[in-house]
Ligand binder design. Structure first.
Ligand SMILES: Nc1ncnc2c1ncn2[C@@H]1O[C@H](COP(=O)(O)OP(=O)(O)OP(=O)(O)O)[C@@H](O)[C@H]1O
Length: 775
């Protein structure tokens, strides 16, 4: 049944039908005229249940279908006489998913892949294959049983006893959600699914603050950042036989650093790995292959003349076709067009078939979710239901997983509202339709201003192709692009690498911690502006991570070891000193600050906001957001009756609170190991005692050690002007400090959207800034 008819059943307060062709949802009038004219009711079967839906639309504006190509072609390199028998990885024999794996285009290229990777002298293999061809899930499974992938007992320089090298394959992903979902999928395919109470298994994962690596694991999915952390402890990556860099086209800052370190290992002292080669496999559907070949093929490391051997392997074909549909003309209001498209798909396309929609960011997702929920309440009982699920980076891992669960009933259509975190590598089970708004919020750092902007910009062609690739993974799919074909043609081929547009503070610290003295000559696919590196060096010097001669200090080494940004690392270190002595309090605040999405949920209506404010009175502190987060953690952990209810009343996200607790536990453990804490504190629940004003001052002063550059003074006209750069900033409405006038403020986040906003704000005194800067 179609939306306009369904609107008749809607509660009048929420949604009103204006005329036969439009509905008003959440104050927005959406025209759905014409949806019904060509539609005929059609019986569809969903898991044996029958429902009435509209027939698919005949309208096919400017369609392009990327047909599945039968993957009978050989890959573009010459294989050296391997047969094409399909090997069945150990542990996966007779597994129900084996049939699905065999149908993936990459399956019949497995012997060629094995041959090329095995070939002596081949250092780097670039595999380019269409989205959904099976790269991420299959390549590690094809390789882990190879003889070169075994653990080798070897002599290592400077060691009396034999050491071990190899045995595992690392496969990196740009994002946590891809690493964890792939690990779950591949562990299931391999016959050793991950899960509690399963200590042994072939596949694991490791992402920031979350690790599941079973005993005997041979394949490990990691984020690029986690592998960089491992490099600090294991500079020659001795535990690995191969490193697979997946989705290199995203060109995150971490992947560029990783490429540089891998190149150094490939060209470096082979005795450090006991002569055992490290295989490097680079994969993507849309990578600029020439750039990667040139980077790895060309030594460009002083004193090393030899080029490494780079082989290219193209896997042709995808499993299912994806029909691309463009808008006939530019849309005036993207959010409006997006909702219309989702409602249209819901009434016209058969079930099963979930929708994955790409939006600009969290705010757009939240408002779309609300409007879809309103629409859902208006649907008649005999119409399939529709549910909206958010998926964005700031959500906790647990909250992100909800998007991957099937809808509870086969007669419910799930709409996943995602940012570009679902763009690459990710399979959202059940998705047949992708709606692409053609934009993404891009963070851009301006080194001279020391400021970040976060603005919605058109995506690249590479992103558009990746987004379309999320449909057609379990059957034929459709991708609705909310822009014209001409607009697509005018998009850039690829995005600007992050290293050229982001703050390189963390990257420079990682290089220094790995002993790279001259960071300007570190091998990078694209080198950032020298000004950006100089700013980072100065900032690290201020944080105490670098000595006057530019070498890393013991404090800097410790900051690099913590899975925190360098400024937060500096805060922790300051807290451990006798001057402040507040490590536990700082850990409590940092845990809440880094647990993903804001633990405080937004409240829409004024009435609800007033009610929540009254409940939040006991946690809100006049010192600002940091002490409010800290108090929240302390009250939450002191609560021993019903934590769920406690959070619910205050509109605190319980999942993020649990994640904060997990981070708190890990940070406490790390601080104990690094001797920033002398003993583990008593277990929860401990009675709550409000933080004294003196302690609160100490905590804020510790944060100033990391964030003195992010401070602003009250100007005579009532605005705040930053100390560094002299920009006017406004306190973001999400802050407890919003609307207040204080002598000075410190903010942990600074973002330009429609206005220059300071977020996570604390009240400070001007003298404290001078004290922190003048140390
Ligand atoms: N979590 C999952 N749940 C269900 N099916 C999955 C899952 N992960 C992968 N698959 C199936 O395996 C197929 C291959 O996925 P894989 O990630 O290996 O492809 P890929 O070539 O790496 O694609 P991309 O370049 O888009 O990441 C998917 O099209 C899908 O059918």
């Amino acid at each position: 049944m179609a939306a306009p008819n369904a609107a008749e059943h809607a509660p009048k307060r929420r949604k009103t039908r204006q005329d036969s062709g439009s509905v008003t949802i959440g104050g927005k009038t959406i025209s759905v005229a014409g949806y019904l004219t060509s539609a005929r009711p059609k019986q569809v079967e969903a898991n044996g249940l029958k429902s009435t839906l509209q027939a698919p639309s005949q309208e096919q504006p400017s369609n392009v279908t990327s047909q599945p190509q039968q993957s009978t072609k050989k890959p573009s390199f010459e294989s050296s006489g391997t047969n094409n028998k399909s090997r069945n990885p150990r542990g996966a024999k007779d597994h129900p998913l084996l049939k699905a794996r065999r149908e993936l285009p990459i399956w019949q290229h497995q012997d060629e892949i094995r041959t090329v990777v095995k070939r002596l002298g081949t250092d780097v293999i670039v595999i380019v294959g269409e989205t959904g061809s099976g790269k991420s899930t299959q390549v590690p499974q094809f390789l882990y049983q190879e003889s070169w992938c075994k653990r080798h007992k070897v002599k290592l320089p400077g060691r009396e006893e034999d050491g071990y090298v190899g045995g595992m394959i690392a496969i990196t992903q740009p994002r946590r959600v891809a690493a964890t979902t792939l690990a779950h999928r591949v562990s299931t395919e391999a016959g050793t699914p991950l899960g509690k109470g399963r200590p042994d298994g072939l596949v694991g994962y490791s992402v920031r603050f979350d690790h599941q690596v079973p005993r005997g694991a041979r394949i490990k999915f990691l984020t690029e950042g986690t592998l960089l952390q491992e490099l600090l402890r294991d500079p020659y990556l001795r535990q690995y036989s191969a490193v697979v860099i997946d989705e290199i086209h995203e060109r995150s800052l971490d992947v560029d650093l990783l490429a540089g370190f891998l190149k150094q290992i490939l060209f470096g002292d082979k005795t450090q790995r006991g002569g055992v080669p490290l295989k490097v496999i680079i994969m993507s559907a849309t990578a600029e292959v020439g750039v990667i070949q040139e980077f790895f093929g060309n030594a460009a490391i002083p004193g090393k003349e030899k080029a490494s051997n780079v082989e290219l392997l193209r896997i042709r074909g995808r499993q299912f076709p994806v029909t691309i549909l463009y808008e006939p003309r530019p849309v005036a209001d993207l959010q409006d067009a997006l909702l219309k498209k989702i409602f249209k798909i819901h009434v016209e396309e058969p079930l099963p078939g979930d929708i994955l929609a790409f939006l600009n960011g969290q705010e757009d997702i939240e408002s779309a979710q609300r409007l879809i929920e309103e629409y859902a309440t208006s649907l008649a009982s005999n119409v399939p239901k529709i549910i909206a699920v958010p998926l964005y980076g700031q959500l906790s891992i647990e909250a992100q997983r909800v998007a991957f669960l099937p809808a509870k009933s086969p007669l419910t259509r799930k709409v996943v509202l995602a940012t570009n975190i679902a763009e690459t590598s990710v399979t959202v089970p059940g998705v047949r339709y992708v709606v692409d708004c053609g934009k993404a919020k891009v963070k851009q750092y301006r080194p001279r201003l020391g400021m970040e902007s976060l603005l919605a910009k058109p995506i690249s062609k590479s992103s558009a192709v990746q987004r379309a690739g999320r449909a057609g993974r379990e059957g034929p799919g459709k991708c609705f692009r909310l822009y014209t074909e001409d607009a697509f043609d005018s998009l850039e081929d690829s995005d600007l690498p992050e290293i050229l547009r982001n703050d390189v503070l963390g990257a420079v610290l990682t290089m220094k911690a790995r002993g790279i003295q001259d960071v300007l000559s570190f091998p990078l696919i694209d080198a950032p502006e020298p000004a950006a590196i100089e700013m980072a060096l100065l900032h690290l010097h201020f944080l105490g991570a670098l000595a006057d001669d530019g070498t890393i200090t013991p404090a800097g080494e410790m900051m690099a070891r913590f899975p925190l940004s360098a400024p937060l690392g500096a805060v922790l270190l300051a807290a451990s000193g006798p001057e402040f002595d507040c490590v536990l309090e700082v850990i409590d605040a940092i845990s809440c600050l880094t647990s993903g999405d804001d633990i405080f949920m937004h409240v829409q209506s004024e009435e609800a906001a007033e009610e929540v404010e009254s409940y939040r009175k006991d946690i809100q502190r006049r010192e600002g957001d940091i002490i409010t987060y800290l108090t929240t953690m302390q009250m939450y952990t002191a609560e021993n009756s019903d934590r769920m209810e406690w959070c619910k009343k205050r509109k605190i996200n319980i999942r993020n609170m649990k994640q904060a607790l997990n981070i708190r536990r890990q940070l406490r453990g790390m601080c104990l190991k690094e001797k920033l804490l002398s003993e583990m504190p008593a277990p929860d629940p401990q009675p709550f005692t409000p933080l004294s004003p003196e302690k609160a001052e100490s905590v804020i002063k510790c944060f100033l050690r990391g964030f003195a550059m992010r401070t602003a003074m009250l100007a005579p006209d009532g605005s705040f002007v930053t100390v560094h750069g002299k920009h006017v900033v406004a306190i973001h409405p999400s802050s407890v400090m919003h609307g207040q006038k204080k002598e000075a403020i410190m903010f942990l986040e600074h973002v330009y959207t429609n206005k220059n906003y300071a977020k996570k704000v604390s009240a400070i005194q001007a003298a404290w800034i001078a004290e922190a800067l003048g140390r």
